[in-house]
Design a protein around this ligand. Sequence first.
Ligand SMILES: [Zn+2]
Length: 534
Amino acid sequence: MKISQSTLDRIKAAPVSKVIEACGGKLKRVGHEFITICPWHDDTNPSLTVNDQKGFCFCHCCREGGDSVKYIQKRNGLAFRDAVEKAAGILSISVDYDNEDPEEAARRKAEYAAALSENQSKQELFRKNLNHQRARRIRGILKDRGITPAASKEFGLGFSDTGHFSGRITIPIHDHRGQLVGWTGRATKNKEEQPAKYKNSAEGLLFHKKTLVFNEPRAVEAAREAGTLIFVEGHLDVVSMWQAGIKNVVAMQGTGAPDPFVLQRLSRNIKNFILCYDGDAGGEKAVEQFISVGGPMAMEGKININVANLPEDQDPDEVIRSGRDLYGYIASAPSWLDWIIDSWVFHLDHSDGAMITEVESRLKKLINGLQSKALRTHYIDKVSRALSENSKEAEKLAKDWEQDRIEVSGLTWKPREPGQIRLAVEKRMIRIFVHRPEKRDLLRPWMDRVENPALRWLCERLRELEDHSTVDLTPHSLMAVVAVAEPHYIQQVRALIRPNVIIDDSQGVIDHISDIMCLQTATELDEFDPHQPF
Ligand SMILES: [Zn+2]
């Protein structure tokens, strides 16, 4: 179901400042605008200008910005649809959907609201149960776990003596928007009486185990400040760590490999994930499952994953309670790739040739998939040394590896074609030329080296406007010239000259343009690291 245009229009017309304030942003009035902290970059000095008349915000540092929906998407890490719904809630605007029978929509909405409200009543009951005299044994269990009444209240822990969660501590589960969608019930009796240690709410209208991450709304807020998000195995570990002042902690609701969708959602807010799983075989398996999904994202540079090595057979709660420095384990967590290499090499029998070959080929596949050339070199070196008996052998292994790198199958990483790099750089250069007059002298020497026919044609128009026209060269004047001269080119060049595009003209970008435009041949380009940002 699509959100209707009229809903979007009403949101656009409402003050952005109101939305920013409701999201916790502090506004300072400057004339008819406001300034606030920018959510798009690591901002300490407010750089985001908010203009309610124009209905958008814009950052003068990182040149990002947008309307209230974009702001919420970035600040709260929400998908477009969720952000629209949140903005509408703040602004008291009702959200309409296209192509939906209004009756059906109302029925669906009512059903959803009723389920949420039913959960709320159940939650109150569970909380009451825990404080009841009959629940003294349960309170004792929590106390033995070191969980304080304050933490129990914060997380809404409860108890149920009947029904689905009979004889279990209830831990409420909220979705990423903070809505109470169900519970996890933790056993309070021995294995014979309660074989499953954890039991979840049944899958249904609200509860979708695979998409849920315990403590996500609270932790994401803290993670944004801390810069990292910590994953632990148990829900009560999350609570213990919260008590110990470590608040950027979540636990996966589902067991097994995480849903890629969930990691993508989290990565909108936070790029650095630290796995702090139990120091036992189960924890090791959980790390491997996480990496099976998160690893490809990490290789593309979308996230970083580090793995804390907890003392053998301890979980985070036990580490805290034994008085050890959990922060230390978290801070010194090696990257996931180091973790894998170390654990494979640790188990390696140097006299077993077949095993060495097997480990070598598995590690090669992983390392060849890395986007960053510097990282690849680092890991090729590391693995070569780990797999070899002496430095000479290691050198040879690394050299051979570099040579047959491209032949290895199963790569997730593919080098860009030199032609594509050239085209991307030409486009980027022209965009800066059009929109940043102060950079034109700097770029002019490379403008007549442009190779793409449509772009070369555009460069000629640029030169004519600069040299022979009484009109100044601006995005608007150029747009007009292109539209009348060669209408069939407009599709190809519109994105470069359209007014109001966001331009990155930082020194790094200019340097990259200079590097690429000065190279003459495809082979020279071939040797260039193709993973510069475009
Ligand atoms: Zn910014």
